[in-house]
Design a protein around this ligand. Structure first.
Ligand code: PNS
Length: 163
C-alpha cells in the first residue's frame, strides 16, 4: 500500500487544493491531508476551522483522510511510514518556495521525498490568499472554494470580526 501526504496550511482549503488532492489520490493508495502550523504564517482561520473546511472539501474522496498536525512534517512522514509528500505549485514563486522546503525536509530526513505537482491551468488563479482577499472585499467565493464550505467560511470570518 502506497501512502502520500499532502501537507499545508490550508487557510482555507480551495478548489485548487482539491484538484491537487484528487491527482494524488489517483496516484497513491492512501492519502493523508495534514493541516499544519507554519510558524512563519499568521492565520485567518484557527486549526479547528481549517480542519473542518478541509474535511468537508475532500469528503467525497474515499482514500483520503484529513488530520491536524502541530509537529514537524519530517516526523509525521516517519510516523505514518509515508512514501512521499506531494506539493502543488502554480508559478515560479511557489516552485522556489516548495523546493526550499523540500531541501530543508530532505536534509533533516534522508528518507523524505517530495513530489512537485504542477497545478492545472484551470485552477492556477486560485489561492488561499485570493479567498482571503475576496472575504475582506465582501466578494463571493463561488468557484474558488467547495460550495459546501462557503457558509462555514463566511460564518467564521464574521465571528472573527471580519479580519
Ligand atoms: O504550504 P505551507 O503552508 O507553507 O505548508 C506548511 C508546511 C508545514 C508543510 C511547510 O511549511 C513545511 O514543509 N515545513 C517544514 C518544516 C515543518 O515541518 N514545520 C512544521 C512545524 S513549524
Amino acid at each position: 500500500m502506497s501512502l502520500a501526504i499532502v501537507p499545508g496550511s490550508f487557510d482555507p482549503m480551495t478548489l485548487g487544493h482539491l484538484e491537487l488532492i484528487k491527482t494524488v489520490a489517483r496516484r497513491y493508495d492512501e492519502v493523508v491531508v495534514a493541516v499544519m502550523v507554519n510558524r512563519s504564517k499568521k492565520y485567518l482561520f484557527d486549526m479547528n476551522t481549517r480542519l473542518s473546511i478541509a474535511e468537508e472539501t475532500v469528503k467525497e474522496l474515499s482514500n483520503v483522510r484529513v488530520i491536524a498536525e502541530s509537529g514537524l512534517l519530517i516526523d509525521l512522514f516517519d510516523r505514518l511510514g509515508a512514501d512521499v509528500v506531494c506539493k502543488g505549485w502554480r508559478n515560479q514563486h511557489d516552485y522556489d518556495y516548495e523546493l526550499h522546503m523540500a531541501d530543508w525536509n530532505s536534509s533533516h530526513n534522508p528518507r523524505f521525498r517530495t513530489e512537485m505537482i504542477r497545478a492545472k491551468s484551470a485552477v492556477e488563479h486560485i489561492s488561499s490568499t485570493e479567498v482571503r482577499r475576496r472575504l475582506m472585499a465582501g466578494e463571493p467565493l463561488e468557484g474558488i472554494v467547495h460550495p459546501d464550505v462557503e457558509h462555514l467560511i463566511f460564518a467564521r470570518f464574521i465571528e472573527n470580526g471580519g479580519r
